[in-house]
Design a binder for this molecule. Structure first.
Ligand code: ATP
Ligand code: MG
Ligand code: MG
Length: 563
């Protein structure tokens, strides 16, 4: 099964460790609690927790909560849930805001060593100082950079004490404007923002920027390897600069490529619009690629880790095709979940000579390959249900399923059946009559069936999700992504039927193989997963109740032909 260390054994990030073989390794996963995690974050989680684990160290979950405007309580819980769902437990849970006091002291220290100044310039001034349009003019510093240490200190304390309105003053680092790296052009360190913070409430009227906060929080926590995505490559210089100037412990920053899925939308603003305009059922709609959505759809956490492992850790930003993600899920489910029989669009078949088997108990294995999954019992009934698509009124030579006068194999059943007649109503087949073909030992094709209700089989609602968008790049679709919605992105079969084995599959969920690393956290309705033979892989939806089964298709059995 899954080897969680695979990516590190293969050598990924090993150079990073060799450069700095510090033990214990300490890493951190530092999400901003301003939205739900998405599939891309699973890579960040796997890398940070995985790297620490592989080197016998620890990983913090640090909420990077320095922007009071965007943060909400619900995201804090949802983020921790997802980390655990993927099978990791944070060594400690911290918040950047835990360090507001220390960060403030560091800002004063920066001013004291003449590496920080309070600036009153506006965006336009800054643009000019940074070389104007496309860097066409020389860079320069504003007059505020010449203020004395005392003056800067006084002004910074005035910022803290609410004597400036937002944008009237901000603290800048005095870096190196001659550098070719824009991250060295006197970045902002603190801003005035008169907003209450969810943890520090109205204690602060100034808040530190990412560039000021991140490296220092890493330093305070003793992070050995600060792993982040490649858009922070240029920030490595300012990260190192600040810790060095302040004379604090210096963690090492290294970058890896972001992960995105083609044909999906991950940006919070767009997801919000899809949810609010009701194009989807919610943030966890199975058509989305937030982690709560991927979970609801039934994708096992182990399959996600395996996917990230397969992609490996490099510095390229990868846009992965949905089909590749689904191929990994399919392979994972193939070896980890039990099989059941389900029909999406049932048509009754009355087997006229099946009296001797009406109510007969059949023993059926949960997996043809893995006997360890065990058997279960289902009852045969004289009337069974097959899928409408497995019957044709007019037979043909290249057709091997059921048709008048034709025999088809019947999975797990005593004999194949041969259709004798059928009735229709309004052009739709309403009942098929058949007999056992007791002599035929080798039918060409086998189809699945479900016994009559009352024998333990149940009706269920099945939801098949297809790509939410028509094009592979919805963000640049003509008329915008909302114009690119696939009208068939959700197909519902309200009258599907499932065999009685679903009860045991539910009772035993999560099947240990499918839970993977996640063990104790893969416990929701979606942990009830199975392969519906000849149909697809399914998981129980959270809309299910004791009386009603609702299923989501996780993935098709083979790569989708339809889209
Ligand atoms: P987004 O804006 O998509 O939410 P972000 O860059 O704001 O992402 P955070 O929400 O703060 O990032 O995420 C925490 C960590 O996850 C960061 O270290 C970030 O680099 C990483 N991360 C975010 N998106 C991806 C991605 N698509 N692939 C890999 N890592 C990612
Ligand atoms: Mg962010
Ligand atoms: Mg984010």
């Amino acid at each position: 099964l899954l080897d969680p260390d695979a990516m590190f054994k293969q050598g990924f990030l090993n150079d990073v460790f060799q450069e700095r073989p510090l033990k214990p390794v300490l890493t951190r996963f530092p999400p901003e609690p301003n939205g739900f995690l998405h599939i891309g974050h699973s890579k960040a989680i796997a890398i940070n927790f995985g790297f620490a684990k592989y080197h016998g160290g620890h990983c913090y979950l640090r909420y990077d909560d320095t922007n009071p405007e965007a943060e909400e309580e619900i995201y804090f819980t949802a983020i921790l849930d997802m980390v655990r769902w993927l099978g990791f437990e944070p060594y400690k849970i911290t918040h950047s805001s835990d360090n507001f006091g220390k960060l403030y002291e560091m800002a004063e220290k920066l001013i004291t060593i003449d590496k920080g100044y309070v600036c009153h310039c506006d965006d336009n001034d800054l643009k000019l100082q940074r070389g104007g349009e496309k860097g066409s003019s020389p860079r320069f510093r504003c007059k505020h950079a010449e203020q004395s240490v005392e003056e800067n200190l006084q002004k910074f304390r005035d910022m803290r004490d609410g004597k400036y309105k937002p944008r009237e003053a901000f603290l800048r680092m005095k870096q190196d404007i001659t550098s070719g790296n824009p991250q060295m052009w006197d970045l902002a360190a603190y801003r005035v923002l008169d907003k209450p913070h969810h943890r520090t409430h109205s204690d602060w009227k100034i808040y530190p920027t990412y560039d000021f906060t991140h490296c220092l929080c890493d330093s305070f926590e003793g992070i050995t390897h600060s792993l982040c995505t490649t858009e922070f490559f240029l920030s490595r210089t300012s990260y190192e600069w600040l810790n060095h100037e302040l004379g604090v412990y210096e963690p090492m920053q290294r970058e890896y490529g972001r992960l995105a899925i083609e044909g999906s939308v991950l940006s919070k603003r767009k997801l919000k619009e899809l949810v609010e305009k009701k194009f989807v059922r919610g943030w966890d709609d199975p058509r989305l690629y937030t982690l709560i959505a991927v979970r609801r759809r039934g994708v096992p956490p182990g399959a996600i880790l395996e996917f990230v492992n397969e992609l490996g850790v490099t510095t390229t930003n990868s846009i992965i095709q949905i089909s590749r993600f689904e191929q990994t899920i399919r392979r994972y489910l193939e070896r980890t979940v039990p099989r059941l029989m389900l029909v999406l669009d049932p048509v009754p078949v009355l087997i006229e000579d099946a009296d001797d088997f009406d109510g007969a108990e059949l023993t059926v294995p949960f997996s043809p390959r893995n006997p360890a999954m065990g058997d279960h019992k289902i009852n045969f009934t004289k009337t069974v249900y097959i899928d409408r698509s497995d019957f044709r009124e007019v037979d043909s030579k290249d057709y091997f399923r059921l048709a008048p006068g034709k025999t088809v194999g019947f999975l797990h059943a005593p004999f194949p059946i041969k259709a004798t007649s059928y009735t229709t109503e309004g052009g739709k087949v309403t009942e098929i009559r058949a007999v056992f073909d007791r002599e035929n030992k080798k039918p060409k094709t086998f189809i699945q069936w479900v016994a009559a209700e009352g024998s333990g089989s149940r009706k269920c609602e099945v939801r098949i999700h297809n790509s939410l968008f028509l094009s592979e790049n919805p963000a640049s679709a003509p008329g915008g992504y909302l114009n690119d919605i696939n009208p068939d992105s959700e197909v519902i079969y309200p009258d599907a039927m499932i065999e009685s084995g679903i009860e045991e599959v539910k009772r035993r969920a999560p099947w240990p193989e499918a839970a993977g690393e996640s063990k104790g956290s893969d416990v929701g309705p979606e942990s009830v997963r199975f392969q519906a033979m000849r149909v697809a892989y399914f998981a129980l939806d959270s809309d299910s109740t004791d009386d009603k089964i609702v299923l989501n298709r996780i993935v098709s059995l083979k790569e989708d032909k339809e889209k």
